[in-house]
Design a binder for this molecule. Structure first.
Ligand SMILES: NC(=O)c1ccc[n+]([C@@H]2O[C@H](COP(=O)([O-])OP(=O)(O)OC[C@H]3O[C@@H](n4cnc5c(N)ncnc54)[C@H](O)[C@@H]3O)[C@@H](O)[C@H]2O)c1
Length: 282
């Protein structure tokens, strides 16, 4: 679908992929509604959009896991501006942990933000899009961990797999309403999440791991470009890096090879994260 003039909500817009997506959408003429729990970061995104002549209809700091807050935002958007055309669920948090080290608070936080967050926006915004009968598009940012059993991602992968499942059903359910659905499956992206990710492991390994991740990560602008293309071309599953796509393909076409690859990856990460970041040294 054409992006120009479309009313577009982007969650997680204060940083990383969400900010890059909001800025890129505004550059293409979308009318932006942006939200994030980080108020100052959100204002910075608004400033960047407006500086280049883009339009921010509304910027609202809220916790996406708080249903009443999202419902309040939806009521305000619908009464002042009418139904959305595009909904982009980007906000998320990450956690690297083994099951025996994961606290209940961590289980809850990851599920509340990564799963209840997009469920809240889908519940509060999509029915109005359907009733409006004007079509539209939904983008759900999942992860490589949404299609692959990445080691140390137990809770995170659960939420991201669930988002892929929900996206797949919505893709077919909403087709009759002219609403497209894309699910984005990024590999490593150089964003704020590298600093905020909780890692229940050796602190020296965490620092080395963050550096390593950063060096191999794509810029968020690349992912934003792919998100825009997924809306314009109505693409469903969108991989942002060839390594993830190849692992996914291996899982589909040669499961025994995938099992070996994942066992090896798990062995490497176990050693890396429990030995101060020296995966290959004894
Ligand atoms: N960076 C990566 O390598 C990577 C890889 C795969 C998937 N992803 C996914 O991409 C999405 C965007 O992450 P990013 O990499 O841009 O990280 P980021 O930390 O730069 O951005 C995430 C944003 O979500 C916001 N957020 C966190 N909790 C929130 C809450 N309770 N309510 C509202 N907003 C909240 C943060 O304030 C932040 O601005 C996430 O869903 C993440 O899981 C990222």
């Amino acid at each position: 679908m054409e992006i120009r003039g479309r009313k577009t909500l982007v969650t997680g817009a204060a940083s990383g992929i969400g900010r890059a997506t909001a800025v890129a959408m505004a550059e293409r003429g979308a009318r932006l509604f942006i939200t994030d729990i980080n108020g100052p970061g959100l204002e910075e995104t608004r400033r960047r959009i407006e500086e280049t002549g883009g339009e921010v209809c509304l910027a609202r700091a809220l916790d996406i896991s708080d249903y009443e807050a999202v419902k309040g935002l939806a009521e305000e958007v619908h009464s002042r501006f009418g139904p959305l055309d595009i909904l982009a669920n980007v906000a998320g948090v990450a956690l690297f942990s083994q099951v025996e080290d994961t606290t209940h608070e961590q289980w809850e936080r990851v599920v509340n933000v990564n799963l209840w967050g997009p469920y809240h926006t889908i519940e509060c915004f999509v029915p109005e899009m359907v009733r409006a009968g004007r079509g539209g598009h939904i983008v759900n940012v999942s992860s490589a961990a949404g299609v692959i059993g990445l080691p140390w991602h137990m809770v995170y992968a659960g939420t991201k797999h669930a988002l892929v499942g929900t996206s797949e059903v919505l893709r077919f359910d909403l087709r009759k309403h002219g609403i497209g659905v894309s699910v984005i499956l990024p590999g490593a992206v150089n964003t704020g999440i590298i600093d905020t990710v909780e890692i229940n492991a050796d602190p020296r390994a965490c620092e080395r791991g963050r550096d390593l991740f950063r060096r191999h990560a794509d810029p968020p602008e690349k992912v934003a470009g792919l998100i825009i293309r997924s809306i314009e071309k109505n693409r469903f599953k969108v991989f942002t890096s060839p390594d993830v796509w190849m692992l996914y393909l291996l899982k589909r076409v040669f499961p025994p090879g995938y099992v070996l690859a994942m066992r090896f990856m798990t062995w490497c990460l176990d050693r890396f994260l429990t030995r101060g970041g020296h995966a290959t040294k004894a």
